[in-house]
Design a protein around this ligand. Structure first.
Ligand code: ADP
Ligand code: MG
Length: 263
């Protein structure tokens, strides 16, 4: 459903961030994109929704080529792609509810959103999503009153209220503690399953990736050097992906016995 053909990104600085990436993500599949800092993970997901303009190659979402779209069509196509960033990407002075509703900006007109008049159906859906992620009681709180994990839940709701087909997730746990990181990864993967969403989750933490996704893609210097199940990530493979970096240092010891249990 999502397909990258020979995707290339060379920044003006000459940095070859992506080198002819071929990648196919079937409907409903959640994969983790791992690799050291600078490997091209953020560039890859940003090229998909063209927050970063690819230098070459194609991106297809279903039967639509995104790389060829003009501004109007691109705006429409972006509705299909929900983005989740590190948890601080909220509007601080807005409430939780307003932050979630801002995910509808691609649908409601500019003036309507400017005046913050969202249709009742959007408000209802926002409440449903907040309830699902356990934040119903926080709807009126300002974003800056929330903990890191709560903020990321808001970010997840904001992406989902778009009703996307694909989630593009960039280091969702980068500034969260290990336990909260696991909760957030569990929530994202559960929601994808519930909604049949495909997702690419950029994540630096190998152990976290291995624990929650069926497919891992390893990126090194703009090239895919691994694509397979988490169990295939042998120490040799990890060294190939991470090079000199001490990837073992990122592994978290298992300290919750029952991964399925709600934390
Ligand atoms: N805006 C930019 N201008 C120039 N080079 C960039 C820019 N963004 C990223 N790069 C370079 O592209 C490469 C990949 O970066 P990035 O996609 O951010 O990797 P990752 O997310 O895996 O850390 C790096 O060499 C980085 O320095
Ligand atoms: Mg990055």
């Amino acid at each position: 459903m999502l397909r990258l053909n020979k995707l290339v990104k060379t920044y003006r600085t000459g940095d070859k961030a992506l080198q002819e990436i071929d990648l196919e993500v079937p409907e409903g599949q959640v994969l983790a994109l791992i690799g050291p800092s600078g490997a091209g993970k953020s560039t890859l997901i940003r090229c998909i929704n063209r927050l970063v303009e690819p230098t070459g190659g194609e991106v297809w979402l279903g039967d639509q080529e995104l790389t060829g779209l003009g501004p109007g069509a691109l705006r429409k196509a972006r509705r299909e792609m929900g983005m989740i960033f590190q948890e601080y990407a909220l509007v601080e002075r807005l409430t939780v509810m307003e932050n979630v509703l801002s995910g509808r900006l691609g649908y409601v007109g500019f003036w309507r959103s400017f005046l913050r008049r969202y249709p009742q159906s959007d408000v209802d859906e926002a409440f449903r999503l907040l309830d699902r992620v356990g934040l119903l009681q926080m709807a009126d709180k300002r974003a800056d009153e929330l903990s890191g994990g709560q903020r990321q839940r808001v970010g997840i709701c904001r992406a989902l209220i778009q009703n996307p087909k694909v989630l593009l997730v960039d280091e969702p746990t980068a500034s969260l503690d290990p336990k909260t990181s696991r909760q957030i990864m569990r929530l994202i993967t559960e929601l994808c399953r519930e909604r049949g969403l495909a997702a690419i989750i950029n994540i630096h933490d190998v152990a976290l990736a291995q624990r929650f996704v069926p497919r891992v893609v390893g990126l090194r210097m703009g090239e895919i050097v691994y694509d397979g199940p988490p169990t295939g990530l042998t120490p040799d493979k990890l060294t190939e992906i991470y090079g000199e970096e001490d990837w073992e240092a990122t592994a978290e010891p298992e300290d919750d016995a029952a991964p399925e249990a709600a934390e």
